[in-house]
Design a protein around this ligand. Structure first.
Ligand SMILES: Nc1ncnc2c1ncn2[C@@H]1O[C@H](COP(=O)(O)OP(=O)(O)O)[C@@H](O)[C@H]1O
Ligand SMILES: [Mg+2]
Length: 399
């Protein structure tokens, strides 16, 4: 059996698409490490398939019948992450009404996937190292040592080595995590995989939704193969699915592709999807000015919201009051007004709600992109608390 045949066979089993040398190497490493307990660090830009690799490793490990617990370290506010990971003892903090198991205990016997590991606060990193080295941890507020048998997989789109140099990531944890490092190159560095992905996503979508698929014209394919795909495979998948819906089963031609990929991205747009912009403000003075205005609008909205809140509830309750536990399902509460102010404010709100909310959403999306989806940095840039950002991300369905 040739190596190639053997690889493509297990590759199917892993659900990892691609025939580039890079993907072959990934598949080969996955098959080597899946059976062991070794920690694996998976690096790559957003949308390159890090989670696909995680699933393949877990599903082909002896732990496959036990849970795979995924934790997005970047989505949990710094103050909550330890209790989420390690659990807490009743009374450890105001909201700790009961003893609670953390994700590590949930994953016992299985695998824990720490996504966006680069966002983990330094204090938490110490605890993680301890679990990695000794399999031991304590719930927050507890003095009892607990043991778990958990395999750790971690992923990041950050350069952890650079973060180590800057003193923002612990070197010992870094070395420990990257016992094996699987690097997923951006899609633009393995363009030969693009047609394969297009075919795969189109066929799958077509079967699943009963939409016929008549293929892409050769010049359409050429555009797609040369496109930058900054959102990598995720962006390509969304693109293929959108095209199939928009073209309703007709062959997909270059005009349609061009229209979709470029029409909504005029060069002057401050919401251009270029994630490589060094700063939010783009590269022309007018773009810079527009961004500053947006940011100011955003801050203004925050202030107005805070003032309204104070009007309605008295100064007692500030908008920056932090609940001990932010819930993912927490809805954005429209601010209620005292009866006498209600009429005027409601009318004003009706007028401005859509635009300001839209702007706020866009600003958040753009700032997240600029910061490679680091919520911590985004909150800093926008001068709001991480919890507020967390709430807004779920409010706008940006998960
Ligand atoms: N090599 C691959 N084979 C099959 N699907 C892939 C591959 N790489 C990415 N995808 C698909 O692209 C999307 C994004 O992948 P994901 O693993 O979530 O990326 P990441 O975690 O790096 O942001 C998912 O829908 C995933 O199924
Ligand atoms: Mg991911």
């Amino acid at each position: 059996m040739s190596k190639k045949f053997y690889l493509s066979d297990i590759q199917k089993d892993f659900g990892i698409i691609g025939h580039s040398l890079e993907i072959e190497q990934v598949v080969s490493t996955v098959s080597q490490v899946a059976f062991s307990n070794i920690s694996v660090l998976i690096t790559g830009e957003s949308g390159t398939g890090k989670e696909v690799v995680v699933n393949a490793i877990h599903k082909h490990s002896p732990r496959k019948h036990k849970p795979l617990v995924s934790v997005n370290c970047g989505a949990i506010p710094a103050g909550l992450i330890e209790s989420e990971l390690f659990g807490h003892k009743k009374g450890a903090f105001t909201d700790a009404k009961d003893d609670r198991r953390g994700y590590f205990e949930e994953a016992d016997g299985g695998t824990i996937f720490l996504d966006e590991i680069g966002e983990t606060p330094m204090e938490t990193q110490v605890r993680l190292l301890r679990v990695l080295e000794q399999g031991e941890f304590m719930r927050v507020g507890d003095s009892k040592k607990r043991r778990v048998d958990v395999r750790i997989l971690a992923a990041t789109n950050r350069d952890l080595r650079e973060m180590v140099t800057q003193g923002r990531f612990r070197q010992d944890l870094y070395f420990r995590l990257k016992a094996v490092n699987i690097q997923l190159p951006p899609l633009r560095k393995r363009r030969e995989d693009i047609p394969l992905f297009i075919e795969y996503f189109a066929r799958r979508y077509s079967n699943f939704n009963n939409i016929p698929f008549a293929g892409f014209s050769p010049d359409a394919m050429e555009i797609l193969q040369n496109y930058e795909w900054e959102g990598n495979v995720r962006e390509l998948k969304n693109f293929v699915e959108s095209m199939m819906v928009l073209e309703g089963g007709a062959p997909i031609k270059s005009e349609a592709v061009h229209r979709f990929l470029f029409a909504d991205k005029p060069e002057s747009s401050i919401f251009s999807s270029n994630q490589n912009l060094p700063v939010l403000t783009g590269n022309t003075p007018s773009q810079a000015a527009q961004s500053v205005i947006l940011q100011q609008l955003f801050l203004l909205r925050q202030e107005v919201a805070e003032i309204k809140q104070q009007l309605s509830t008295g100064v007692r309750q500030m908008t920056h009051f932090l609940p001990a536990k932010a819930s993912k399902t927490e809805e954005f509460q429209p601010l209620s007004e005292p009866a006498d102010k209600q009429e005027i404010l409601v009318v004003e709100e009706e007028k401005s709600k859509m635009t300001i909310r839209e702007m706020e959403k866009k600003l958040i999306v753009e700032t997240l992109k600029k910061n490679h989806y680091s919520r911590r940095q985004t909150a800093k840039d926008l001068e709001i608390s991480e919890r507020t950002l967390y709430r807004k991300i779920s409010e706008y369905g940006l998960q």
